[in-house]
Structure formats: structure tokens, C-alpha cells
Design a protein around this ligand. Structure first.
Ligand SMILES: *Cc1c(COP(=O)(O)O)cnc(C)c1O
Length: 377
């Protein structure tokens, strides 16, 4: 068996130790004679798993007692709607900072549900290659919304906007537990699990209790399943939760704890990201360059272009650029480095180096990049 280095933006690589544990328990979990996949979510064997997952989130993220930790379905994308339906209920107005695709989708969904959306800042002017500085947000908003790590653009907030009494909502899908985060600065945090926490299928929501409205006080027409109250009142067991995904999540959380918790992850992630950015910034003859500005760079998602991405619009230049990018992705895959194709909105390549990616994986990537640059200079 040979495993590849997987740079996918999501679903993405999981710690090998966790996969091995899951494999060992596949047919018989803890003497039950069943797989966790086959178990009732209300069984004696399963309930401790979801309870432990919640306890581990609380411990690793130092979640204050007046916050609920929820496990819901529908991915990060369903949160775009739930946030608006549950929080946009007093003035019906919300402030959004536009930093790329995911923030735009969230704003569009809120608008669709009748929330008055103010885009108070945007980095559209430079194709979202930086995070706008918005130190202070004020106004009669029900909430302010940011996407803390922009998976596609490769940017990340290095500050938390001060919103005073306005609840701050952050999409942390692609940076959850990659670094310590002060939960008390936020009204609501959410993360689809498939980037940094687990396989796809579960979404983590951390919400301050006083922000959870009664089901009937959500925006008109909100389905029961899309009210946070429904999940908060039922320990995330109103209906069948994604049992197996939560079981893997729990194992990943223990792996994070064993590796130093959020602080340990930050140290590990900085080491990997610095190794890659240092190469991108310093490579001979500038064969590659990072697309993001210093001061806004993600530790998780690193898009980069080659010198053949000149921005020239003529057919010959575009064809040459495509040829080099395709060649890079294909040869990298043959060398065991997979899923490096960039998102079409940025072009080039993107290396997603989430918690589970090792420094060895990043070193192997940089070694390959050096070789490729020489051969295609
Ligand atoms: C992947 C991603 C999403 C969408 O998540 P789904 O679970 O596919 O709906 C939302 N926001 C960010 C920042 C993401 O990286």
C-alpha cells in the first residue's frame, strides 16, 4: 500500500493514525459486535461518542459555558441561510465583509431570505488577494459576518474586527482548530468538517446562547430543522445525526489534543506554511509566486502561479499557461502529490495544507517544485 500526499481543499487528508483506528474498529466497535455505521444513535454505545466529541470541542477551543456546541448537517453552505434566518430578526440588517466566493455566497443567501445586506468592505479590487482592514464595525446591524479563512483565495484574517455589541459571525470552515481562537469574541462560529476535522457530513456550530431565538421567532417560514433552537434543545439529536462522521471527528479531536491542541496545531501549521511561502517568495528566477499579500496569508490554503501566468489575454499566452499548469498537476500526481490544481478563479495551483498534512508532505512538494522549475525554465 502506498499513500499519497493529498493537497485537496476538501474533503482533505485525515491523520493516518485516525484512519487506522477506524479500520481496526470497522467490524466490531468496542466489543459491540457492530460497526459504528450500523448503530442506533440513541444506543448506549453511541451516545458517549457524540458527548465526547462535544466535550473535546469545548476543551480544545476553550468554549465558554454560555455557548452551545451543535453538530448539524447541510455543510457550511446551509449555514449561510441559517445565520440569516436565526440572527437577522430584529432590524433585519446585516453587515458583510466580502473577501471572495464563500463570503459572497453567504451574503447572497441572506439577501435572498429578505435580510438587508450591507457590504461594508471588499477586496474585490485586487481579486480578493488580501483581507480589508475593518477594525471597527458599528450600526444597527443584527450581526456582522466574515469568512475567516478564504479557502479559494488563500487569505486569512490576522485580526478580529471589533463589533462592539453587534454579534460577529465567522465562517471558520477551513481554519477551525488550525490555531487558537478566542470564541468569546464571536456570537457564532461555524465550520463544515471536511477541511480540518472529519469526513464530509457534519457541520460544527458554536453559538452564544442568548442569540438562539425560539423557533417561531426566526425569520418567517424558517423550517424546524433550520432553527438552531431545535438542535440546541436536543443535544444535536433532534433527528439522526451523521453518526459515523461524528465518530471520526471525535478521533481527530483526540489526535489534535495529543499533538498539542490548538497551540500545537498553530506551531505545526506555521512551520509548514513558512516552508512553502519562503520558497515561493525566494525561488530563483521567480518561476513561482504566491497570489496573496503578506499580512493576509492563509496557513491552510496556498495558491500559487508560475511565471507563465502573465495575465496576457492573447490565445498563445493563455495556451502556454494552461499547458504548464496541466503539466505541473499531472507530473506532481505521478510523483504522489495529488489534488494541486488551482481553483479557476485564481488559476495556477493551490496546495491545501490542513492540520493533517505533514511537514514531510510540504517538503516533498517543494522538492518537486524545484525540479519542475528547472525542467521548464
Ligand atoms: C468549503 C467551504 C464552504 C462550503 O462548505 P460545504 O460544506 O461544501 O457547504 C463554506 N465556507 C468555506 C470557507 C469553505 O471552505
Amino acid at each position: 500500500m502506498s499513500r499519497v500526499y493529498n493537497f485537496s481543499a476538501g474533503p482533505s487528508c485525515l491523520p493516518e493514525e485516525v484512519l487506522k483506528e477506524c479500520a481496526a474498529e470497522m467490524l466490531d466497535y468496542n466489543g459491540t459486535g457492530q460497526s459504528v455505521m450500523e448503530m442506533s444513535h440513541r444506543s448506549k454505545a453511541y451516545e458517549p461518542i457524540i458527548q465526547d466529541a462535544e466535550a473535546m470541542i469545548r476543551k480544545l477551543m476553550k468554549v465558554p459555558d454560555n455557548y452551545k456546541v451543535l453538530f448539524v448537517q447541510g455543510g457550511g453552505s446551509t449555514q449561510f441561510a441559517m445565520v440569516a434566518q436565526n440572527l437577522g430578526i430584529h432590524t433585519g440588517k446585516a453587515a458583510y465583509i466580502e473577501t471572495g466566493v464563500w463570503a459572497k455566497k453567504a451574503a447572497a443567501e441572506a439577501k435572498k431570505l429578505g435580510v438587508e445586506v450591507d457590504v461594508i468592505a471588499s477586496s474585490k479590487d485586487k481579486n480578493y488577494s488580501y483581507i480589508p482592514k475593518v477594525e471597527k464595525i458599528s450600526g444597527d446591524y443584527d450581526y456582522a459576518y466574515i469568512c475567516f479563512n478564504n479557502t479559494i483565495m488563500g487569505t486569512h484574517y490576522e485580526y478580529i474586527p471589533d463589533t462592539g455589541k453587534i454579534p460577529l459571525v465567522a465562517d471558520i470552515s477551513s481554519c477551525v482548530l488550525s490555531e487558537p481562537l478566542d470564541v468569546s469574541k464571536f456570537g457564532l462560529l461555524f465550520a463544515g468538517a471536511q477541511k480540518n476535522l472529519a469526513p464530509a457530513g457534519v457541520t460544527l456550530v458554536i453559538i452564544r446562547e442568548d442569540l438562539i431565538p425560539e423557533v417561531e421567532n426566526c425569520r418567517a417560514g424558517t423550517p424546524t430543522m433550520l432553527a438552531y433552537k431545535t438542535h440546541a434543545d436536543n443535544g444535536s439529536m433532534y433527528n439522526t445525526p451523521p453518526c459515523y462522521t461524528i465518530y471520526v471527528l471525535d478521533k481527530v479531536l483526540h489526535w489534535i489534543e495529543k499533538n498539542g491542541g490548538a497551540e500545537g496545531m498553530l506551531k505545526r501549521n506555521k512551520e509548514k506554511a513558512e516552508y512553502l511561502y519562503n520558497y515561493l517568495d525566494g525561488n530563483e528566477d521567480n518561476f513561482y509566486h504566491a497570489t496573496t499579500e503578506v499580512g493576509s496569508r492563509s496557513l491552510m490554503n496556498v495558491p500559487f502561479l508560475t511565471k507563465y501566468s502573465t495575465g496576457a489575454e492573447d490565445e498563445a499566452s493563455k495556451a502556454k499557461e494552461k499547458e504548464i499548469n496541466d503539466k505541473f498537476v499531472k507530473e506532481a500526481a505521478a510523483a504522489g502529490l495529488v489534488n494541486l490544481k488551482g481553483h479557476r478563479l485564481v488559476g495556477g495551483m493551490r496546495a491545501s495544507i490542513y492540520n493533517a498534512m505533514t511537514l514531510d508532505g510540504v517538503k516533498a512538494l517543494v522538492d518537486f517544485m524545484k525540479k519542475f522549475a528547472k525542467e521548464n525554465a
